[in-house]
Write a protein that binds this ligand. Structure first.
Ligand SMILES: Cc1cc2nc3c(=O)[nH]c(=O)nc-3n(C[C@H](O)[C@H](O)[C@H](O)COP(=O)(O)OP(=O)(O)OC[C@H]3O[C@@H](n4cnc5c(N)ncnc54)[C@H](O)[C@@H]3O)c2cc1C
Length: 383
C-alpha cells in the first residue's frame, strides 16, 4: 500500500467553519490539508442568511456561555472581515445598520416589550420604537406595524461572498484543498487518530478536525459515539427589488427579511426536522411570502429570483461541539443557526487548541464529551 500523504493538520469539510479554521491554522505556519467532498462553501454556509445577531438570537434570554461566545465572535468580525478582504481583494458586504423587530398586534407588542426589559436588564443596547419611529427608519414597512425594537449592534454579512473569500484566503495561505472526495473514515493507530481515508488516498496528520457540518456524524461511521449532529432544514426565498426597499434586517413574528446591497431581499426561514431531504416546498414559500407581505406590502412588485433549502448542523442541546474528542481528533461543528456568526471565534479557539492545547475561553459547555453516557461513580444511584 502507498504511504499516506502527510500534513500537520487535516480539516474535514469546506464550509465556513472548515475554511476559517484552515486559513487560521495555516497562518500559524502549519501545513494544512482541507478535504471537501464536493465544492467548498456550497452547503449550509451557502444557504444561510448571514445575520450576525447575538442579541436577536437571544432576544428573551440574553445571557449564558453561548450568548457570550456569540458576542465575542461578533467583536472579532470587523478585523476578521478586514483581513480576509485585504488578503483576497474581495468585498464581503459586512453591514452594520442593525436589526428591527416588529409587532403588528397587542400580543406581539407585549412579547417585544418583555424582550426590551430583558435586553436592558442585561445592559445591552436596545431601543423601543413607536409605529412612527419604525416607519421613519423603514418607510416601506406596512402601516399595520404598531411598535418595534431596534438592536443597532446586530450586523450582517453576505455569507456566500465571505465563504468564497475564505476559500481563496486559505489557498493563498498555502492550504492544500482536496475536493470531490468524501472522507469515508478516520484512521487510528492505538488510541490515536492519525488521519483519514477517502476512496482515492489515505492522508496522515498529527491533528484532524471534523468540520463536516450537518454530516459530521457520518465521517467516522465505524466508531461510536460519533458527534450527535443532525440536519435541520431551512428554506429561504429571494426577491429582487427595483430600488432598495429596506436598509435594516427586519424580523416579524413569522419571518425575517435580510436586504442585500444589490436590492435582493432574502426571506426566511423554516426549521424542519426532515433528514437530508433537500426540497423547497410550496407550503414554506406560501407561508414566507404571506408573512413578508404582511410587514412589507411592496414585495408584491418584486421579481422572484430563487429559493433554496439548506441543512443547519444541530445538536441535542443546540450548542456547538468544540474541542478534543479523542487524541488527534478535534471537533468543530454543530453551530446550528449561528455558524456564520461563530466562524471567527471558532477558528481562533481551534488554533489555540492545536498550538498550545489550551483555549482563552472555557470550552466546557461545548465539549464533545458532554453527550457521553454518564458513568456512575461508586455510591451513585440512577434515579
Ligand atoms: C436557511 C438557513 C439560514 C441560516 N442563517 C444563518 C444566519 O443568518 N446567521 C448565521 O450565523 N448562521 C445561519 N445559518 C447557520 C449556518 O449556515 C451554519 O451554522 C454554518 O453554515 C455551518 O457551517 P459549517 O461549515 O459547519 O457547515 P457547512 O457549510 O454545511 O459545511 C460542511 C461541509 O462539509 C462537507 N462534508 C460533509 N461530509 C463530508 C465528508 N465526509 N468529507 C468531506 N467533506 C464533507 C460538506 O460538503 C460541506 O461543504 C443558517 C442556516 C440555514 C440552513
Amino acid at each position: 500500500m502507498r504511504s499516506p500523504k502527510t500534513s500537520d493538520v487535516i480539516v474535514i469539510g469546506g464550509g465556513i467553519i472548515g475554511c476559517a479554521i484552515a486559513y487560521a491554522v495555516a497562518k500559524e505556519g502549519l501545513r494544512v490539508r482541507l478535504i471537501e467532498r464536493g465544492e467548498p462553501g456550497r452547503e449550509a454556509s451557502h444557504a444561510a442568511a448571514g445575520m450576525l445577531a447575538p442579541q436577536s438570537e437571544a432576544l428573551h434570554e440574553p445571557r449564558g456561555p453561548f450568548f457570550e461566545l456569540c458576542r465575542a465572535s461578533l467583536q472579532l468580525y470587523p478585523d476578521f472581515v478586514a483581513e480576509i478582504e485585504a488578503v483576497t481583494g474581495l468585498s464581503v458586504d459586512y453591514r452594520r445598520e442593525g436589526t428591527l423587530f416588529l409587532a403588528s398586534d397587542f400580543t406581539e407588542g407585549e412579547i417585544l416589550a418583555a424582550a426590551y426589559e430583558k435586553q436592558k436588564a442585561a445592559g445591552l443596547t436596545v431601543e423601543d420604537l413607536t409605529a412612527e419611529d419604525v416607519r421613519h427608519l423603514e418607510p416601506a414597512l406596512s402601516g399595520a406595524i404598531q411598535m418595534g425594537l431596534f438592536l443597532p449592534e446586530d450586523h450582517q454579512v453576505d455569507n456566500r461572498k465571505l465563504t468564497d473569500a475564505l476559500v481563496l484566503a486559505a489557498q493563498r495561505q498555502g492550504v492544500d484543498l482536496v475536493t470531490g472526495w468524501p472522507v469515508l473514515g478516520l484512521v487510528r493507530e492505538g488510541d490515536r487518530v492519525v488521519g483519514v481515508r477517502t476512496n482515492r488516498e489515505r492522508y496522515a496528520a498529527a491533528v484532524t478536525v471534523n468540520c463536516a457540518g450537518a454530516w459530521a456524524a457520518t465521517v467516522d461511521p465505524e466508531r461510536y459515539p460519533s458527534p450527535p449532529v443532525k440536519p435541520i432544514r431551512g428554506q429561504i426565498l429571494v426577491l429582487q427589488t427595483r430600488a432598495p426597499l429596506l436598509e435594516h434586517v427586519v424580523h416579524s413574528a413569522h419571518c425575517y427579511i435580510v436586504p442585500r446591497r444589490d436590492g435582493r431581499l432574502l426571506i426566511g426561514s423554516t426549521m424542519e426536522d426532515v433528514g437530508y431531504e433537500r426540497r423547497v416546498t410550496a407550503e414554506a414559500l406560501l407561508r414566507l411570502l404571506a408573512a413578508a407581505r404582511h410587514v412589507l406590502p411592496a414585495i408584491e412588485q418584486c421579481t422572484f429570483v430563487e429559493a433554496w433549502a439548506g441543512f443547519r448542523p444541530d445538536t441535542p442541546d443546540h450548542l456547538p461541539i468544540l474541542g478534543e474528542a479523542e487524541p488527534g481528533l478535534l471537533i468543530a461543528t454543530g453551530h446550528f443557526r449561528n455558524g456564520i456568526l461563530l466562524a471567527p471565534i471558532t477558528a481562533r479557539l481551534i488554533v489555540e487548541l492545536i498550538i498550545s492545547g489550551r483555549t482563552s475561553r472555557d470550552l466546557a459547555p461545548f465539549h464533545p464529551h458532554r453527550f457521553r453516557p454518564h458513568t456512575l461513580n461508586e455510591g451513585e444511584r440512577e434515579t
